[in-house]
Design a protein around this ligand. Structure first.
Ligand SMILES: [Zn+2]
Length: 517
């Protein structure tokens, strides 16, 4: 891959080459920026007034076709004489995001058991054995921290993450998903209802590929379908922001997951991924004004929360009202022996090439099960500096108070701490139950103040609310401050305007109870 990029450089391709950062083993993670005219800095990109699209390949390093497809697409678009999407967008391509995992080559039968070749592929995890597509909230991997830094400085309008499926035998060359979190209010809905249906039609008409919303048959994998009377259905995966494209939606932007079909040949997977990314770029180019307007609206919405707060979904469930749609399924036959008929096909079964359209419930979206109104600000205890570092990594502005102050607000009393028994990604995930109590809050000097009136306000609410299903509490950042019956270390404040005028008299504890303004 690096040689391919070098060859583009030697040929004088008008591209900007760089690195988003280094992996834990010290490898550079290259990026390529393609646009006409070529840009080298975020300021130059912004001055073009175009949508910025960030496409990432190889987050799971055994799922390799995104890497190949991206390289081919950059080459073809850059050297094309005719006008194309590069005249109307800025493309940031990160073809080999999990660069360490990519070097751990082994047989597909070990590294990617459900994939139809090639014989040698990398592994899913990074060198720290972290799944990078579960790391977007806690950001423990240097790869994640590097990509968050890229998101903060380039502020892409669209993020596309390229994968290969693991599951069902369906009839689609590629399946896709928008941001599934109900907290991804603008970008999630826009991608789902306005972009992806058009992309599906264009993939069929212009590129010859059937594509559909990502999912698995419930008969293969029950997933999150709660209704046990449902015997067959098509159901999507998860709405939580540990997954990159869900995370990106809560940042107020568009996230698109692309999953090439693991049972197709490598060449077909590359062709489908190439076509899908190409169609995304050209559709984003066409809808440039609408997409940039969407980004601007997402950023300005929290600024008016003081007048009209808008609730943020912090917990969600798979919809209980699926649509009924036709889904293409391939018949598999039992062979009667235990031979493997194709890499990735279970022993004792063979594919038939017979595809059937079956009408079934389709669970492709989530609904909120717990909403929270944003306060004016969250205040974080002075000792919780790790949380503040992480918030800043997520592109959140955090201030610090000079003096003690008192303000109207709410504090959360923890009634129960539910810790998952099984570790996941090295963590025992935490869930809190409890209740909020209103009253005057006394805030010590050097407290950290996180105003929600800033871009990414929804993300702030999602990460800091104690009951969030995938926030900082989930990933153990507050463990040392949590005890049953105790206070959660983040306080909600209703009004920031009087901060700074408040002064605390040290002589008497009772003065802390007085409103000082
Ligand atoms: Zn994957």
């Amino acid at each position: 891959m690096r040689k391919f990029l070098d060859s583009l450089r030697i040929l004088g391709a008008p591209l900007t080459f760089g690195s988003i950062g280094k992996t834990s083993e010290g490898r550079e993670i290259p990026f390529v920026i393609a646009s006409r005219p070529v840009v080298a800095t975020p300021a130059a990109a912004r001055s073009l007034g175009r949508p910025i699209v960030y496409v990432q390949g190889n987050i799971h390093a055994g799922e390799i076709e995104g890497k190949d497809a991206l390289l081919a697409l950059i080459r073809d678009l850059t050297f094309a004489r005719k006008p194309n999407a590069l005249d109307s967008i800025v493309l940031i391509a990160v073809p080999i995001y999990n660069a360490d995992g990519n070097e751990r080559f082994a047989s597909q039968s070990i590294n990617r058991t459900e994939q139809n070749g090639p014989e040698l592929v990398g592994v899913r995890a990074n060198a720290q054995n972290l799944d990078l597509n579960r790391d977007y909230v806690k950001a423990e991997a240097p790869e994640t921290r590097a990509s968050l830094a890229m998101f903060n400085v380039w502020d892409p309008d669209v993020f596309v993450d390229l994968h290969t499926t693991d599951g069902s035998f369906h009839g689609y060359a590629l399946t896709y998903s928008p941001s599934l979190s109900p907290a991804a209010e603008l970008g999630g809905v826009y991608a789902r209802d306005s972009l992806l249906p058009v992309l599906r039609e264009r993939m069929r008409m212009r590129d010859g590929f059937e594509v559909f919303d990502y999912g698995n048959f419930v008969s293969d994998e029950r997933g999150l379908v709660a209704d046990t009377s449902v015997r067959e259905a098509w159901a999507t995966y998860d709405s939580r922001p540990r997954f990159g494209t869900n995370y990106y939606g809560i940042r107020g932007r568009i996230g698109i997951l692309s999953e090439a079909y693991s049972h197709d040949s490598l060449s077909r997977r590359i062709a489908a991924t190439y076509a899908f990314v190409n169609e995304i770029l050209s559709l984003v180019a066409e809808k440039g004004a609408a997409i940039r307007d969407l980004s601007a609206r997402a950023d300005s919405q929290p600024l008016s929360w003081g007048r009209a707060p808008d609730s943020v979904a912090i917990r969600s469930a798979l919809t209980a009202t699926p649509r009924s749609l036709e889904v293409i399924k391939e018949d598999l036959l039992t062979t009667g022996d235990s031979t493997r008929t194709q890499p990735g096909v279970p022993r004792g079964e063979r594919r038939t090439g017979v595809y059937k359209k079956i009408r079934m419930p389709v669970y492709d979206r989530f609904t909120s099960t717990l909403d929270r109104l944003p306060p004016a600000a969250y205040v974080i205890a002075p000792q919780d500096t790790a949380v503040v570092t992480l918030l800043r990594l997520h592109g959140v502005r955090v201030d610090r108070s000079d003096s003690a102050w008192t303000a109207r607000g709410e504090s959360f009393t923890v009634d129960s701490i539910i810790t998952s028994a099984r570790p996941f990604q090295g963590h025992h995930e935490v869930r809190l139950k409890g209740s909020w109590q209103r009253g005057l809050q006394t805030l010590p000097p050097r407290s950290f103040i996180v105003s929600t009136a800033q871009p990414r306000g929804s993300l702030i609410v999602y990460l800091l609310e104690p009951e969030s299903e995938d926030g900082f509490t989930t990933w153990n950042f507050f463990d040392s401050s949590l005890k049953k019956g105790g206070k959660y270390p983040v306080t909600r404040i209703f009004d920031l305007s009087r901060r700074g005028r408040a002064t605390i008299r040290r002589s008497s504890a009772s003065s802390l109870q007085q409103p000082l303004n």
